[in-house]
Design a protein around this ligand. Structure first.
Ligand code: UD1
Length: 357
């Protein structure tokens, strides 16, 4: 029996882990322990995902959040190390690109415990993003790298990973597995009267929320566009705080702002919206899974295949580019072909690789 400690902390990691944990359990050969760092701590950013997706409660909950990047990563590393010394796992598994990811990988690597990274090889090539630093460092100290796309594997090859002591596997994307599994269990959000036609918007990246000029450009443009099509805006706590501090323009009444939603409610909103505007990585792909065009409020994306397929337009915070992209997708939805993220078997492949490791 291989013992695996999984490190989780932020909303998208709960979604990814749900499918992989289930697949690992089904092998009958893997024993999983979960450490929740506490990075996301509000019930609607954390507990709701464990409940809706049937993830086992964490064995450890570290309660570390709302600190600067260095302090957060440092404290997490210290406490994860203590837990790993006690648990003595064969592997540590980390997901994505958050501070929790890097802390987990670092604590394990320094104890000589091999690290497996789900969502390896993604690059935005923008080192101003804390997530880019987390990805690069986590990949470099991982022994088993699970790439969601061929492009991610190519990125690693270009960085010389062929010559490193590690194994790189292209598995497909575990978020597709989750979307396929939970897609028909979507729940209509209860707290609002949903318009028949709407655009879905989310915004939480530090480069947008913590830069007043970028934030103002985006909000003004959303306000303007919402006259043509109402917007539904599940709001991340970081963004809520920024919009509450009174220095920003108020949201138009055509923008329905709601608290962060559970996974099943988000699936409903994606399935029923006309188009998506976001700076989230995961939502760009979920829009594609449900054949919705996506305007990405960033200058670059890790998911370049969506841009190449003409279903995603990068606009950054530039009002003119956002307006242009909106009018392109609002007038005519692009055509979608499937297959960019595998066939929904990514979690099974990951579990198989572990049971053979
Ligand atoms: C983090 C990840 C990002 C991921 C995102 C998913 C890093 C560097 N970034 O960004 O890669 O896409 O999670 O959402 O790890 N907060 C609350 N309640 C919560 C969670 C957060 O109030 O439940 C507040 C925090 O106190 C903080 C702010 O929101 O003030 C931002 O949270 P933080 O964990 O720093 O980063 P995210 O923006 O969520």
């Amino acid at each position: 029996m291989n013992k695996i400690v999984t490190i989780l902390g932020a909303r998208p990691q709960f979604i990814k882990a749900a499918t992989v944990s289930k697949a690992m359990g089904e092998t009958g050969k893997l024993e999983e322990y979960i450490i929740h760092t506490g990075q996301h701590f509000d019930d609607n950013m954390s507990k709701v995902f464990f409940d809706q997706m049937g993830i086992a409660p964490p064995n450890y909950h570290l309660g570390i959040h709302s600190l600067s990047h260095g302090a957060m990563t440092g404290r997490m590393t210290e406490q994860i190390e203590t837990a790993l010394i006690r648990e003595k796992p064969d592997w540590v598994m980390v997901y994505g690109d958050t501070n929790s990811t890097l802390a987990g990988a670092l604590a394990a690597a320094k104890l000589g415990i091999p690290v497996a990274h789900v969502e390896a090889g993604l690059r935005s090539f923008n080192r101003q993003m804390p997530e880019e630093i987390n990805r690069i460092l986590t990949d470099r100290i991982s022994s088993l790298l699970f790439c969601p796309t061929p492009m991610a594997a190519t990125n690693l090859e270009k960085e010389g990973f062929n010559g490193f002591p590690c194994r790189v596997l292209t598995t497909g994307d575990v978020m597709l597995d989750a979307a396929l599994h939970f897609g028909n269990k979507a729940i209509k959000p209860s707290e609002i009267n949903l318009p028949d036609r709407f655009a879905l918007v989310t915004l939480h990246r530090q480069e947008n929320t913590d830069n007043p000029v970028r934030l103002q450009n985006i909000i003004k443009t959303l306000n303007e566009l919402s006259r043509e099509l109402p917007f539904v805006f599940p709001m991340h706590p970081r963004t809520y705080k920024q919009l509450q501090n009174g220095t920003q323009e108020k949201l138009s009444e055509n923008i329905i702002s709601i608290p962060p939603q559970g996974y099943l409610e988000m699936l409903y909103l994606i399935q029923h919206c006309r188009l998506v505007l976001t700076d989230s990585g995961g939502l760009q792909k979920e829009a594609y899974f449900f054949k919705k065009p996506c305007i990405t409020l960033r200058e670059e994306t890790e998911w370049t295949e969506l841009v190449d397929a003409n279903v995603n337009i990068l606009t950054g915070s530039d009002p003119t580019l956002i307006r242009q992209a909106f009018s392109v997708f609002y007038r005519k939805a692009p055509s979608f072909s499937g297959g960019l993220y595998g066939n929904g078997q990514a979690a099974a492949r990951i579990a198989k690789a572990f049971s053979e490791a």
